[in-house]
Design a protein around this ligand. Structure first.
Ligand code: ASP
Length: 342
């Protein structure tokens, strides 16, 4: 009898490559042969079933993949104790954030991981990431899942997925979560940061999924020198219903009349504008400076300490539910999956 059963879903990315011993070229790794490649996985006493999707570089990820993953998790939810999703690192924070909002009533771990060096290369970081992700997905505490969240494991740290950002294309610790502590830290043993792990209020047998996403969203980063014509052109793109406005510091933006008027007009047309800071750490607080206050006055929603990845995917999922203006405002301001601090 195995301790746990895990569904491993491979979507692509660097982790899934190995060197062909004959040619020396990188070729796809077959995760169905996982026990042959890593015989010591048997020691975990975990049953692993593998689903291999058509491998893609994660730069090609679209919301269609997110919907596919959500359906796959729903359809297999009862049969497994935990889920590991192997994904390219480039957009892993987007996919994992999106999934965190799309999955409702989650009571089991969904652990995203990948690697900076292909799994078939001697010095790979993928082996440890994969094995520990499986161990975390299988971990129980008082008979229940140790981490019933959508999370991201990379280089000895487990993070809440919707708090992460890829910060390095070079270092093996490629991900950071500047505004929320790790859910677990891994050394000789795995130390779970239990007070920071979310638990469902009513663990349910069925997973609820949201599959209607509104892609009428935009991320707009301001910078000194941004012209009125460029800004207005972007704000008035047809079909846009939500904008993540990346501002400076604690949520500050120019107080120029044209800038404020352009944002106010977009809001007047029914576009929701969420203020997110360009800083990797810290929070938007629009009442700190005159430059933030003006945005608050015209109805810009504070994204507080949300990441851009979580903000844009939250907008897609929330807008996709076609909420009333009141519901929309409440949902955007509330922490739905621990993505913003209280
Ligand atoms: N370009 C790759 C991807 O995101 C990089 C990686 O997996 O690390 O699919």
């Amino acid at each position: 009898m195995k301790n746990a059963s895990i569904l491993l879903i491979y979507t692509g990315g660097t982790i899934g490559m190995k060197t062909d011993p004959r040619t020396g070229a990188l070729v796809p790794f077959d995760f169905n042969d996982i026990y042959d490649e890593f015989p010591y996985l048997r020691k975990l006493n975990v049953d692993i079933e593998v689903i291999t999707l058509k491998p893609i570089d994660s730069s090609n990820v679209t919301p269609e993949l997110w919907v596919k993953l959500a359906r796959m998790l729903r359809d297999n939810y009862r049969a497994f104790d935990g889920f590991v999703i192997l994904h390219g690192t480039d957009t892993m924070s987007y996919t994992a954030s999106a999934l965190s909002f799309m999955l409702g009533n989650l009571g089991k771990p969904v652990v995203f991981t990948g690697s900076q060096i292909p799994i078939g290369v001697l010095r790979t970081d993928g082996r440890e990431n994969l094995i520990t992700a499986i161990e975390i997905a299988a971990a129980k505490r008082d008979g229940a899942a140790a981490v019933p969240e959508v999370c991201l494991y990379f280089q000895n740290r487990l993070f809440r997925a919707n708090r992460t950002t890829k910060h390095s294309a070079e270092q093996l610790n490629a991900f950071r979560s500047d505004n929320y502590p790790p859910l677990a830290e891994v050394g000789v043993s795995i130390h779970y940061n239990t007070p920071f792990i979310r638990r469902p209020e009513r663990p349910a047998q069925t997973l609820e999924i949201a599959t209607t996403l509104d892609t009428g969203v935009l991320i707009l980063k301001i910078f000194p020198g941004l012209t009125e014509s460029a800004f207005r052109a972007m704000l008035s793109i047809g079909g846009i219903r939500g904008i993540v406005l990346e501002t400076y510091g604690a949520g500050n933006a120019p107080t120029d009349e044209w800038f404020i008027r352009a944002v106010a007009e977009a809001i007047g047309r029914g576009v929701v504008v969420m203020n997110v800071t360009q800083c990797p750490g810290g929070s938007v607080s629009m009442d700190l400076y005159e430059t933030g206050l003006r945005l608050q006055e015209i109805g810009v929603v504070s994204g507080r300490d949300i990441t851009t990845e979580a903000a844009v995917t939250k907008l897609m999922v929330v807008l996709g539910g076609r909420p009333s203006p009141e519901e929309l405002s409440v949902r955007l301001k509330s922490s739905l999956r621990g993505e913003i601090s209280d």
